[in-house]
Design a protein around this ligand. Sequence first.
Ligand code: PFF
Length: 459
Amino acid sequence: MSGIQSATATMAAGAVKVHDHWSSRMGFIIAAVGSAVGLGNIWKFPYMVGQSGGAAFVLVYLACIALIGLPIIVAEWLIGRRGQKNPVNTMVELAKKNGRSRNWALLGIGGTLAAFLILSFYSVIGGWAVSYLVEAGTGSFSGIDKDAAGALFNGLLADPAKLLLWHSVFMALTIGVVAMGVSGGLERATKILMPALGVILLIMVGYGMTTGSFGAAASYLFTPDWSKLNSGVVLAALGHAFFTLSLGMGVMIAYGSYLGQDINLLRAARTVAISDTVIALGAGMAIFPIVFANGLDPAAGPGLVFVTLPLAFGKISGGLILGVMFFALLIFAALTSSISLLEPAVELLEERTPLGRVGATVVAGLATWALGIAALLSFNEWSNVLIFGQNIFDLLDKLTSKFMLPLCGLGAIVFVAWCLDRESVRKDLGLGTTGFRLWNLLARYVAPIGVLAVFWNSL
Ligand code: PFF
């Protein structure tokens, strides 16, 4: 049994014993928020906004979260809670029970593969955060200007040995946590450290207000220039909504399998989506004032956060300690996501091979680590190795976010909305007639048609 599962199951068992349903609900919501909030919010969201031209992307992203992401989180949890097993077996069983094809298992398989691919490059970025924790702690940011900040980041990218070292450290941490099954402790820590991350972001937003570019940043993020919108931007917004909410990977199905009936899925989904969105927008409001105040390029790409924040930490009083705290918390947030990404592959190996928990974790972890090496080499030695015109890092990112996640998420919502008995779904969601009508509208039509329309347009 997995760390996450054992922790959650233990908590649920404890809850049954003392009839304390609140603590198991909290444990679940914290684990789900921990999975959702991560590098996607602080590293990926701002640079995607920058590459996609600002507010038009942000508004489409928010619509995708509310109209497509929310119903799909609920659908994935509902599937998990009914199946009470790993995503592949859950899909096989539910499909059989409802007279549907066994091929629905593909959803679980595709999700597990997507999680594996994502973790390989996620760990490389987690490694950047570890490297920047060391830089922050050794005072590298003090008095730094934009050229020096750019040089520091480019120096890291150009150095495969350094990237490998930090990627390995991050992956070892992930493997350690999953193998030892200490996520019960992580859940408790998440309760304190996530809000702490929010507070530091708020301080950075406060710093942004002193730069004189806060208004420009706010209008960049929230006043849309619709001429920037095209199908590529919409697909990127949709893909990122899936990535940031940890959807389409079987992760939320697995989390749902440890839920009791007492949990209101809609309310829990709202909590996860709001926390996730607040952190992402907070990151945007922290970063873009610094971008504009220093004449940096918002479309600079994946290095955006790593080039901008050191500028602020280098100027602000107490910046050294703030920088250390920020990168430590970012690593923590990344770890609560990366453990959930390793989980599906570990579970699969545990159930389908003679490997035990530790063996399965080490094998899945090493395979991910090896693929991560290809991803990190695409920033230097292999920068001209292109597949379908993309380097390996970009290929892994785009293949998962733009195709695999939306398709698996689409499968989950179609399965719940069209293949399960409607009345039982209404009961599972605890909705009255009007609420269920609204759910049906979103789940049967808006979300699936939305995903399909975006695909159609992009193709
Ligand atoms: N949602 C995480 C983030 O935004 O950083 C990334 C992630 C975690 C994606 C877990 C998928 C997942 F299953």
